[in-house]
Write a protein that binds this ligand. Structure first.
Ligand SMILES: Cc1cc2nc3c(=O)[nH]c(=O)nc-3n(C[C@H](O)[C@H](O)[C@H](O)COP(=O)(O)OP(=O)(O)OC[C@H]3O[C@@H](n4cnc5c(N)ncnc54)[C@H](O)[C@@H]3O)c2cc1C
Length: 333
């Protein structure tokens, strides 16, 4: 069996957390296949500790390509390097995150390699008997989950939805191999030129980076009542999420939506207020580390995945919670 590769995201001196999620997925696949997990790291300003962290989080091998010309992501250059590496090593599986970089680079590479690519997978597995990569993703507007295989070409390629798995844990005892690769100038030539990086200001609600998220559902009753959710989020230093029902009613704009057709999140703490726990909502938050649900219906499905359930009227529970947290903070000072 060939190796399993993950594309590490490294931007402006920083390893992106999504790279560790890919290692978590990749580790499961490599273990099932009995093959090695290789992390591909391209960038500029890469430090020893970055490479080491990839190994500690599951990579058996890291291919490092470091060059000032890789500081900014230019798809032509990045893909040319990846294609050289693919030709040289011929891995079985190659996965990247379904981020802007992954969604730009992977189709480019797949076309050049004449192989298949499944975008935005929420689950990956290995088929027993054949060893093929099973690439599962929502299809037909999220109404079904489709599993796709790439039986005839290699590598089998997929992008994986960020936050659909917890990052691989750090294991101090892990050891691995580091291979530094060099490429000639030709590889770095491009018909496009990087001018400047402009941050998308509309992405201000950083739901996917938040450690705490308080989300509100239809149980809030009306838009004004969302203040309860906002106040709770504020006192916890968290972000505000919402269900699709809330977004459809115009109580909160779409960037707040958590779920299958919204954002996938995995904060340390997710508080669901007046949310029933529909499968499409759960799909976007089930990998949260701790889930607290507040719902007046003891049979609400959200309680099935909650670590802590509070059965009660949110209009009573949430103000009480805010008050208690305030008291606690005062005492802790
Ligand atoms: C293709 C497709 C994609 C979808 N994508 C998404 C998605 O991305 N995200 C998403 O969220 N949904 C999505 N949905 C919709 C999803 O199926 C549900 O309709 C939606 O999540 C329900 O939202 P809700 O929990 O706010 O409302 P409800 O299901 O109506 O739940 C409201 C809850 O509030 C509780 N409640 C009421 N009053 C109180 C009170 N005073 N105190 C405490 N609890 C109270 C009720 O007991 C109930 O459990 C999608 C659906 C489809 C078909």
């Amino acid at each position: 069996m060939g190796d399993v590769w993950t594309l590490t995201e490294f931007r402006y001196g920083e390893l992106k957390k999504v790279s560790f999620e890919l290692l978590a997925r990749g580790r499961i696949l490599a273990d099932k296949l009995g093959s090695s997990l290789v992390s591909i790291l391209l960038g500029y300003g890469i430090k020893e500790k970055d490479i080491d962290e990839l190994i500690k989080r599951g990579a058996d091998k890291v291919y490092v390509i470091e060059d000032p010309r890789l500081e900014n992501f230019i798809v032509e250059v990045y893909s040319r390097i990846i294609l050289h590496l693919l030709d040289e090593y011929n891995p079985d599986i190659f996965i990247a995150a379904a981020t802007t970089i992954g969604k730009t680079l992977m189709p480019y590479v797949a076309v050049k390699r004449k192989t298949g690519l499944t975008a935005d997978c929420t689950f990956l597995d290995i088929e027993e008997g054949t060893g093929l990569l099973l690439q599962t993703r929502p299809a037909i507007g999220g109404n079904i989950l489709a599993t796709i295989k790439t039986p005839f070409t290699k590598p089998q390629m997929a992008t994986v939805r960020p936050h659909s798995i917890k990052p691989a844990p750090y294991d101090e005892g892990r050891k691995g191999e580091v291979v530094y690769k060099k490429f000639n100038d030709e590889v770095f030539s491009a018909s496009t030129k990087f001018l400047r990086f402009v941050k998308n200001e509309s992405e201000q609600i950083n739901l996917q980076e938040a450690k705490v998220i308080v989300s509100g559902g239809r149980g809030l009753g009306r838009a004004e009542n969302f203040k309860l959710v906002e106040d709770l989020a504020k006192i916890l230093g968290g972000a505000v999420g919402a269900t699709r029902d809330v977004v459809d009613r115009g109580w909160k704009p779409y960037p707040h939506q958590v779920g299958l057709s919204g954002k996938t999140v995995s904060p340390e703490l997710y508080i669901a207020v007046g949310i029933s726990g529909a499968i499409q909502h759960i799909a976007g938050m089930q990998s949260s580390e701790n889930i607290i649900a507040i719902n007046k219906d003891p049979d609400a499905p959200i309680f099935k995945i909650a670590d802590l359930g509070i059965v009660g009227d949110l209009h009573q529970v949430v103000p009480l919670l805010i008050e208690k947290i305030k008291e606690y903070k005062k005492e802790a000072r």
